[in-house]
Design a protein around this ligand. Structure first.
Ligand code: SME
Length: 200
């Protein structure tokens, strides 16, 4: 099957749970070939964004569309430059990772006392945050003034008996209350799959 066909949504999919289970299956197939996180997160962002756009019952039409889907990843996990001058990788910022949508902020500060926005809060708490109205969220970072609601899910890795937070998976929506508990459950499963399918 051509890779692009993985965004095709079969007609039986009506509920959000069916939708997220389907996206999870498609992503499993896409990621089985290799473990490089840049590639895996790129295809995950594309699959999530394109599948949500095709799910017209909840997200497909222009007023309720998901306008951004992507990742912010801990700066010190990025590939180190090897050819040009070496610059240190920051451990006090999440850097923009693979995404689909309009251009977004290049980094998000997460150092204690300097943190700001929904992504840093989800990262520091290690918990998914559902924001029904971004304007009511203190410190929200408005990368796109059209965004009305948001969900941010941390990327959690179980490693040597402890839980590490590697970054976040962020979805933005043009409608208020764009996401709910079913999206949260589905997205957390997707985040787990992405983390466990990649080397960090
Ligand atoms: N709104 C996010 C910033 C990232 S963009 O939405 C892509 C925040 O408040 O952290």
């Amino acid at each position: 099957m051509p890779h692009a066909d993985s965004v095709y949504l079969p007609g039986y999919i009506q509920t959000k749970t069916e939708f997220w289970d389907h996206v999870h299956l498609q992503l499993q197939a896409l990621l089985e070939d290799q473990r490089y996180w840049v590639s895996n997160l790129s295809n995950a962002a594309s699959l999530i964004y394109s599948s949500l756009s095709a799910f017209s019952k909840y997200f497909g039409d222009s007023e309720r569309a998901v306008n951004w889907a992507g990742f912010y990843v801990r700066g010190d996990l990025f590939p180190r430059p090897r050819i040009c001058k070496e610059s240190p990788l920051p451990d006090d910022k999440l850097l923009l990772g693979p995404f689909c949508g309009k251009p977004a902020c290049q980094f998000i500060p997460v150092a204690p006392g300097k943190e700001r926005g929904v992504c840093s809060a989800a990262y520091l708490k290690g918990e998914t945050l559902l924001v029904p109205d971004v304007e009511a969220y203190p410190g929200h970072i408005a990368c796109d003034g059209e965004t009305k609601s948001e969900i941010v899910c941390p990327l959690l890795l179980e490693h040597e008996g402890s839980t590490m937070v590697l970054g976040v998976l962020d979805l933005d929506c043009l409608a208020l209350n764009g996401f709910d508990e079913e999206d949260k459950a589905g997205l957390e499963k997707i985040a787990k799959l992405v983390v466990n399918s990649s080397d960090w």
